[in-house]
Design a protein around this ligand. Structure first.
Ligand SMILES: Cc1cc2nc3c(=O)[nH]c(=O)nc-3n(C[C@H](O)[C@H](O)[C@H](O)COP(=O)(O)OP(=O)(O)OC[C@H]3O[C@@H](n4cnc5c(N)ncnc54)[C@H](O)[C@@H]3O)c2cc1C
Length: 497
């Protein structure tokens, strides 16, 4: 056990550094001093522009005004991710933040829908999902519905560097001290190995009790200084590079991210108010960097407005996300490709977890162990969900996709897939970020149709089942014509031009 924690030092001023600074200062407040060190000379990774709905909790805690937030980050609304060419070329499906139908006490809606498929009616499952209907029509409004089945869950797309600046402004207003400078040396206590201070190139020394490593992929404190180690998962998720490039915006801004599979990777398209964010995630065993750049640039659809940025990564996680008095947050803690926009969320949960377990009176090993156990589980659960997208595919056009079907996947994932394929049962582990609705959409979208359904779905007569499905579909479709377009919403809500 060490002494009381009075001063927290954050190394790095990317999304992870500034989100950590803002949340810690806001929640723990005057009990600690927070100082953040960053180097403009090094800069940030410059990507990370699509989020998932829990980011709204960060905004709520920080007391962020949503219209101001969207204005200042050139943000847009995200209702879903559209996966194109993932199951087969020419096919697409959505993973929305909503859920199809309505909830029933003993068996999920999709069992009723599955029975209807056998009877020759029911249509597409997505036709019962308000998020999907709005995404397809390019519509959005903040629906204040009394009926929970009309809840429209959403997240945001934003400009990564504007988001960093926005969080910086908030943090500094709350009293976070920012120091510009390049960390050159790291001082350690000889006995405990705890970090005691960061030494900057200009000679300045920044002392602290607890250090948050937000220094990016290299993990300057957690890895370069403490040698914590890394669990490499590239045998499960082999993509290891990305090229990112901005392009001009489309005339109409869609309220969803696009994920377009190519022969050895996939391309993202993120619509912002002032531009599109684009990138190709790929595996360097199958594409050279030049080939990857050609594929990306020839599939932009709007004019390129910046230079391509090549980013190398290794999928996996830091063996201990908390080691001694260093907690790694963001890219320094591990990396899972941005297929489901989970990295910023992992920053959020890392800091929330730290706040829950904050070692005010000194670091106890039991606290560190608990933190590391929860972080490991979280990374593994997201990893499995990502593997699902690759493993269950029917593409025969390239070696990459055939190889993905031969992945030696974790048993836990194999069991989930088998159970769903057998009888439509969705197995969601405790605390899994992805709810049943997410597993359902991706399993169906990738082509797994359950052989059977829950017997409770046999209770209504054929006619009653048809009426029930028609009614739910009508309720979901009813608001659509009255909703404004996504662009009209942004213009009215936050003054988008
Ligand atoms: C291709 C790609 C696409 C992504 N897309 C998404 C997405 O859509 N959604 C999502 O949620 N996440 C996404 N991510 C992840 C997301 O970009 C990161 O989680 C997020 O940007 C946080 O990065 P960071 O702050 O940890 O690191 P960085 O942005 O790399 O920041 C590192 C900081 O450390 C500082 N630093 C480093 N060394 C020193 C030193 N010696 N002295 C002083 N300062 C130093 C740098 O100056 C910088 O401020 C994506 C990542 C990649 C690679």
């Amino acid at each position: 056990m060490t002494n009381k924690i009075k001063k927290v030092v954050i190394l790095g001023g990317g999304t992870s550094g500034w989100m950590s600074a803002a949340l810690l200062k806001k929640v723990i407040g005057s009990a600690i001093d927070v100082e953040l060190v960053e180097s403009e000379q090094i800069g940030t990774v410059g990507v990370g522009e699509a989020t998932i709905p829990p980011i709204q909790n960060v905004n709520a805690v920080l007391g962020i005004d949503e219209a101001e937030f969207l204005r200042e980050t050139q943000g847009t609304i995200k209702l879903a991710i559209k996966f194109e060419n993932w199951r087969k070329q020419g096919e697409s499906y959505y993973h929305t933040f909503g859920s199809a139908g309505k909830s029933f006490a003993f068996c999920h809606f999709h069992h009723f829908w599955r029975r209807a498929q056998d009877l020759g009616f029911g249509g597409s499952l997505w036709d019962y999902d308000l998020n999907y209907l709005c995404a397809e029509e390019g519509k959005f409004a903040k629906i204040n519905a009394k009926d929970p089945i009309l809840n429209l869950a959403y997240a945001y797309h934003f400009d990564a560097s504007l988001y960093g600046q926005y969080l910086r402004k908030l943090s500094e207003r709350m009293g976070v001290v920012r120091t510009e400078g390049l960390v050159d040396k790291v001082q350690q206590d000889e006995q405990s190995g705890y970090i005691t201070a960061l030494k900057l190139k200009d000679g300045k020394e920044i002392k602290g009790d607890l250090f948050i490593d937000c220094s990016g992929f290299k993990g300057l404190l957690i890895q370069e200084k403490l040698g914590t180690g890394y669990d490499d998962w590239s045998h499960l998720l082999p993509c290891d590079r990305a090229i990112a490039v901005p392009s001009e915006r489309f005339e109409h801004t869609v309220p969803y991210t696009r994920s377009i599979a190519h022969s050895a990777g996939w391309q993202w398209r993120i619509p912002l108010q002032h531009r599109n964010g684009n990138g190709l995630v790929y595996c360097s065993r199958y594409y050279s960097d030049d080939e990857a750049a050609d594929i990306l640039l020839s599939n932009l659809e709007t004019k390129q407005i910046g230079d391509p940025n090549l980013i190398r990564f290794r999928t996996g996680r830091r063996r201990k996300q908390w080691n001694k008095n260093v907690i790694s947050v963001g890219l320094s803690s591990g990396f899972l490709e941005p297929l489901e926009s989970t990295s910023i969320h992992l920053i959020q949960t890392a800091i929330v977890r730290l706040i829950h377990l904050f070692p005010h009176d000194g670091i106890q090993q039991s606290t560190v162990d608990e933190y590391n156990k929860l972080s490991k589980l979280e990374f593994e659960q997201i990893r499995d969900f990502l593997i699902l997208h690759y493993y269950v595919n029917e593409r025969d056009d390239s070696r990459f996709w055939r190889d993905m079907r031969d992945l030696d996947i974790p048993d836990s994932l194999r069991q989930k897939i088998q159970l769903f394929a057998d009888n439509g049962t969705l197995l969601r582990e405790q605390n899994d970020l992805f709810l049943e609705a997410s597993w359902l959409q991706v399993m169906l979208g990738q082509g797994i149709m359950p052989k059977d359904y829950h017997p409770v779905a046999n209770q209504p007569s054929d006619e009653a089942l048809k009426d029930m499905l028609d009614n739910i579909r009508a309720v979901k479709h009813d608001p659509i014509p009255k909703l404004p377009s996504h662009d009209a919403f942004l213009a009215q809500f936050c003054g988008k031009r």
